[in-house]
Write a protein that binds this ligand. Structure first.
Ligand SMILES: C[S@@+](CC[C@H](N)C(=O)[O-])C[C@H]1O[C@@H](n2cnc3c(N)ncnc32)[C@H](O)[C@@H]1O
Length: 397
């Protein structure tokens, strides 16, 4: 078998990344965007020792559940993996994978929305064209109303599509329920935004890290809580599903005296749990996020929370009732695992956007056992999934 070879195959199964699985002389081939039972003509695009990848050339016999793909750049962009499947099938595949990985029996993946959920998009500019970088090739892909984006982001993108962008390199658009921020990078000291703000509702514009128009930060609100968002601060990309996730964290954490919110970002989770604990500490490595966290603290008149800027491994054994960890995709470092294993803490609530590192870390956190796990489809239509777990200290069983 070599790259470029063509075969006709029957798809045996689907994986949780939206691929069809076929076998050629017992060698596994993952076929992008193919569905179980389909008869497909494929072309091999990549081969390694254990498996090959292929793309569809022609669907000879489509699956009964195949959906019309309503995106013109689906295969060029590479950001979506499930536009060809019904939503229920996407959820089932993701859930099966999580249940298999963790030996769990989760019945339903939590989600509130299917499309138009992303509140942030990064657009690149090349040869006066604006678009995404293709996942595989980094080539610029012009889009046409991305199905994942909040509609206001699509409108602003469409405005830029007709403009002269020759001095610009990148435009990030962030929205909250009421406000919009633009973060522009380019080889220029000035940007004339008169037309931009005339035709679009914009509350804040940064150029090369400098505020040039409007507010320094935009605000998101959940129930009675206000969250400020600065240009570089982390904020969950799916507002409605963020509420589902945070409610699950709140349920797992329960109540108590002391809470540690490790990898706290802008302090969002700790602040969400402000009424459940007497004293809350947040630790986060990014300075701008800590600045943001302290603004969130004063915006909400909270005095039972304090934030520390530093690596997660500065955590102290401070009689925490509950520790929340929400690390990046790489998961916890071995130093943090060791520290957590030696804490006098009853519960860890682990929020993860990478099931593989979550599985590894749960096995390494050997003083705790997995009591419960839930799954939130934070990134509908993509291969990604968010998990939240309750781990309990063994001697408290
Ligand atoms: C997935 S985000 C979670 C943010 C927050 N819990 C939320 O829900 O918005 C992970 C955060 O971990 C921070 N981070 C990354 N490495 C870190 C480290 N070694 N120590 C502390 N924080 C770190 C990142 O800056 C980021 O804000």
């Amino acid at each position: 078998m070599k790259i470029g070879d063509k075969y006709t195959v029957i798809i045996e199964d689907n994986d949780s990344n939206g691929n069809g699985i076929a076998r050629i002389n017992n060698f596994v081939v993952f076929v992008s965007y193919a569905l179980k039972d389909e008869k497909i003509e494929i072309e091999i695009t990549n081969i390694n020792k254990r498996f090959a990848n292929a793309k569809i050339i022609n669907i000879i016999k489509p699956s009964k559940i195949r959906q019309e793909i309503k995106c013109s750049c689906y295969d060029k962009c590479g950001g979506c993996n499930f536009l060809h499947t019904p939503f229920d099938y996407e959820k089932k595949l993701k859930l099966n994978e999580i249940n298999k990985l963790f030996g769990s029996n989760i019945k339903e993946i939590l989600t509130n929305n299917e499309y138009n959920y992303r509140n942030k998009a990064t657009f690149h500019i090349k040869n006066n064209k604006i678009g995404y970088f293709s996942e595989k090739t980094n080539e610029l892909v012009e889009i046409n109303n991305c199905l994942l984006l909040d509609k206001r982001i699509n409108d602003i993108y469409n405005y830029f599509k007709g403009q002269n962008l020759s001095d610009l390199d990148e435009i990030i658009i962030r929205v909250t329920n009421r406000e919009t921020m633009l973060i522009i990078d380019g080889n220029t000291l000035k940007y004339n935004y008169d037309d931009l703000i005339k035709y679009n509702n914009i509350d804040s514009i940064y150029l090369n890290d400098k505020l040039i128009y409007g507010k320094a930060y935009i605000v998101e609100e959940i129930n009675d809580i206000k969250y400020s968002i600065y240009p570089n601060a982390f904020f969950q990309v799916n507002y409605e599903n963020m509420i589902l996730l945070y409610n699950k964290v709140k349920e797992y954490a329960g109540t108590g005296n002391k809470l540690l919110d490790l990898y706290c970002g802008t302090g969002t989770i700790g602040i969400y749990l402000k009424d459940n604990f007497k004293e809350i500490t947040g630790i986060e490595i990014n300075k701008e996020s800590i600045l943001n966290a302290n603004i969130n603290k004063s915006l909400n008149h909270i005095n039972n929370i304090h934030f520390i800027c530093g690596d997660a491994s500065i955590l102290k054994n401070d009689c925490y009732d509950v520790v929340i960890v929400d690390p990046p995709r790489s998961g916890l470092s071995s130093k943090v695992i060791n520290l957590l294993n030696n804490l006098d803490t009853k519960k860890i609530v682990y929020v993860s956007c990478n099931p593989k590192t979550l599985k590894r870390d749960i096995e390494l956190l050997n003083n705790y056992i997995l009591k419960s796990i839930e799954c939130v489809n934070m990134f509908n239509k993509t291969k990604h999934v968010e998990c939240v777990c309750l781990l309990e200290r063994k001697y408290y069983e």
